[in-house]
Design a protein around this ligand. Structure first.
Ligand SMILES: Cc1ncc(COP(=O)(O)O)c(C=O)c1O
Length: 416
């Protein structure tokens, strides 16, 4: 009906590549297969008990059922500022430099909506977390991309990155106004040093563009690596904002709580657009989130160690299956290059084959951008035994497909 009425914005959004794997996963499950699902970045663990208890306690108070504050209750914004002070020694004004968001995805997408004029360009490295680029498309902006270069240990090649940004600035018309950075990076797990932020803040000040930083995986770090924050750089608040989320560090993905901090101009734009679009998160969720940030942080250490154990199990068992993958220093993912004879399939076909032949679901790298097509992203959202079982299944499939498989004996597998 009404074929002449078309939705240009929706047409510019690509079909979600992950939907293809998702549909196949459901088909396999319906057919009775025991699919080991390592596809989405959706934490499988429970939210720590004291946070749930606070939600229950708060939900029993009579005055919490009305509309809340769209930019977040003051105590939550203060808790976010205190988190930055404790973790990074950064001072933030909870009134002008912090906005609470319904998860960092919502905060980011609405910020982009608020600050993008029609045709504005943002530089987004390839590959990326899909909303980082699509938010600009939804806001009628454009995206300039470059293939991000990583070192062998998956740390960012920081000088190459700065060079690529400079090139994008001079070669792209209209000249980009925004740069998006996300370290630890989804999907590649790439990490950066504090020096990196000094360099890009200096560049942003000189070349006059804003930086949107996303540190969703700030707390999921291993082997002594510490996630730096752009906010630690002197003057960063003039040119940058940073988003953080409780989804990953506290297993609170379904609660939808995060925050955006930094440049009062950008934070103010987000607060203003949110005041038009929503009435804030349910107050008890905000109260419980405040407790999460202010309370005992040993739960974060437990969550981190859980991912670390899974990572170690994955690296070891996949190596025994003939798939050598680089051990990530951070995040809940492994960014795995597809082994040679199967690499030619491309990441989408490979992910489908893996699902059909090994009952293992992963995310095809191409879903994060063309530069990801030789890789798949493996999310560590099943337990160690299931990860080892995935490796066994993969080994069998690799043998059948002519991939060189290690002759080492299989890692032990116990049902559990
Ligand atoms: C880099 C990155 N940012 C943000 C998010 C979304 O987080 P939230 O649950 O806070 O919206 C994700 C989720 O996977 C992510 O990978």
């Amino acid at each position: 009906m009404f074929d002449e009425i078309e939705f240009d914005k929706i047409k510019r959004l690509p079909k979600y590549v992950f939907a293809a794997v998702g549909e196949l996963k459901m088909q396999q499950r319906r057919a009775g297969a025991d699919v080991i699902d390592l596809s989405m970045g959706n934490p499988d663990g429970p939210t720590p008990r004291h946070i749930i208890d606070k939600l229950i306690e708060s939900a029993q108070k009579p005055k919490v059922y009305g509309y809340s504050a769209s930019k977040g209750i003051y105590k939550l914004r203060l808790a976010a500022a205190d988190w930055y002070k404790r973790k990074y020694g950064v001072d933030l004004d909870p009134e002008t430099e912090v906005v609470a968001s319904m998860g960092s995805k919502e905060g980011y997408a609405h910020l982009v909506q608020a600050i993008t004029n029609v045709g504005d360009t943002a530089i987004i490295p390839d590959p990326c977390y899909p909303i980082h680029s699509q938010a600009f498309i939804l806001a009628s902006g454009n995206v300039a991309r470059f293939a991000m270069k990583l070192n062998d240990d998956l740390s960012l090649d920081e000088d190459a990155f700065v060079g690529d940004v400079k090139r994008c600035l001079t070669e792209t018309s209209p000249r980009p106004k925004y740069l998006v950075v996300n370290f630890p990076h989804n999907p590649t797990t790439a990490t950066v040093t504090p020096k990196f932020y000094e360099k890009i803040v200096a560049l942003a000040r000189e070349e006059r563009f804003y930086i949107l930083s996303d540190i969703a995986y700030a707390e999921l770090t291993f082997d002594g690596y510490q996630t730096p924050s752009i906010m630690s750089v002197a003057g960063a608040k003039e040119v940058a904002v940073e988003s953080y989320t409780l989804s990953k560090s506290y297993n609170m993905a379904g609660w939808r709580v995060g925050f955006v901090v930094g440049s009062p101009k950008l934070v103010g734009a987000l607060a203003k657009i949110k005041s038009w679009l929503d009435y804030g998160m349910f107050t008890p969720i905000q109260v419980a989130a405040t407790i999460a940030l202010n309370g005992d942080q040993s739960c974060v250490e437990e969550i981190r160690q859980n991912y670390r154990r899974r990572r170690d199990a994955l690296i070891k068992s996949f190596a025994a299956a003939g798939w050598e993958v680089v051990s990530p220093k951070a995040s809940m993912f492994v960014w795995a290059r597809i082994p040679p004879p199967l690499r030619d399939l491309g990441s989408l076909e490979f992910a489908k084959e893996l699902l059909i032949n090994a009952n293992v679901a992963v995310s095809p790298g191409v879903g994060f951008g063309p530069a990801g097509d030789e890789y798949v992203r493996i999310a560590m959202i099943e337990n160690e035994n299931r990860i080892r079982q995935a490796a066994k299944n993969i080994k069998r499939y690799f043998k059948e497909s002519g991939v060189k498989v290690s002759e080492e004996s299989d890692p032990p597998y116990t049902q559990g």
